[in-house]
Design a protein around this ligand. Sequence first.
Ligand code: XIL
Length: 356
Amino acid sequence: MIAFDKAPSLCRAYSRDFWIGAAVNPWMLQDAEYRALILRHFSSVTLENDMKPERLLDRKATLAGGDPLRAQMNFTLADRVLSFAAEYGLKVRFHVLCWHNQTPRWFFAENWSDAPDAPLASRETILSRQENYIRDVMTHVNQRWADTVYAWDVVNEAFEPDQNEPGLYRARSLWYQTLGPDFIPAAFRAARRYQAPGQQLYYNDYNAFQPEKRDAILAALKTLKAKSLIDGMGMQGHMNLDWPDFALCEEAIRRYAGLGLSVQVTELDIHCPGADAERQAALADRYGAYFAMLLRLHREGLPIGSVTFWGVTDRDSWLTGFRREGSYPLLFDGEKHTKPAFDAVLAQPDKALLKD
Ligand code: XIL
């Protein structure tokens, strides 16, 4: 348990393997300690919320724009993080273009209406809005930061086999309601048009290791890959101390890579309900085993490009609010001291080297 600035750099320890990322918020960049921690230990960042449609879309400006097919955006916060990242040489994962959550209903409604029961716009209208949204966001970002953004989450969480929904798609997704399953290839076709050279296009999802869900995702990605529309699979990685079995994660990584896709772990955290030594030791063991598995696969030649933690310290983790109970799931505690889990993750590259 030492201060973050006394500990060896985590991302440097992984520099021959993959980028180590964290989900960040713009306010962290105004805080000298957070900035220093992020710059010391991480080589990649994802904005936890501020590149999501609900944060970028500006309804007032959209209405004022008067175009029924083209929404207007406000990039102030996103730009701030992008220019910070570019200045300090951090890489950015863009999260996320198309997702049923955190996208306002008015984006799908006739006349951009925000009435809760407003009729949804026609398929043609939504196809145009989707294309224009993806074009405008990607063009804006790539004008200045094409070399900073390396991956785009084009579609997030489209499959949900647990809830008896037709075709394994999320029936309550407004993307699904307006466009059916076509919303996925349409999004990737648009993103291909506006990406910059070297950037990769991702499908991203949670529990992507569960065999039933995995197979549904694999079937969809295979079709996209056959048309050269996708480059990678983002496995979110929200896990618990005793779930899942990492053998399932390994199997899933092998299958996604088997399609010719890169794999990134995009939202890693391991829910841990206590800060006590015993449970934190269990967390450290679990993280150690997970990174040992990722390193083994990577050194075997599987294209794992980055691993991103969903948050920086236990204090800023989304899990406490989400689970309505304490969670101590990350590598740094609320005082920005390293935890046993940090030591366990830091140690893995050297251990893997001994096995090479
Ligand atoms: C979460 C953020 O961490 C929270 O701050 C926000 O309130 C809700 O969204 N899957 C995703 C992420 O793809 O965007 C989600 O992030 C967590 C689950």
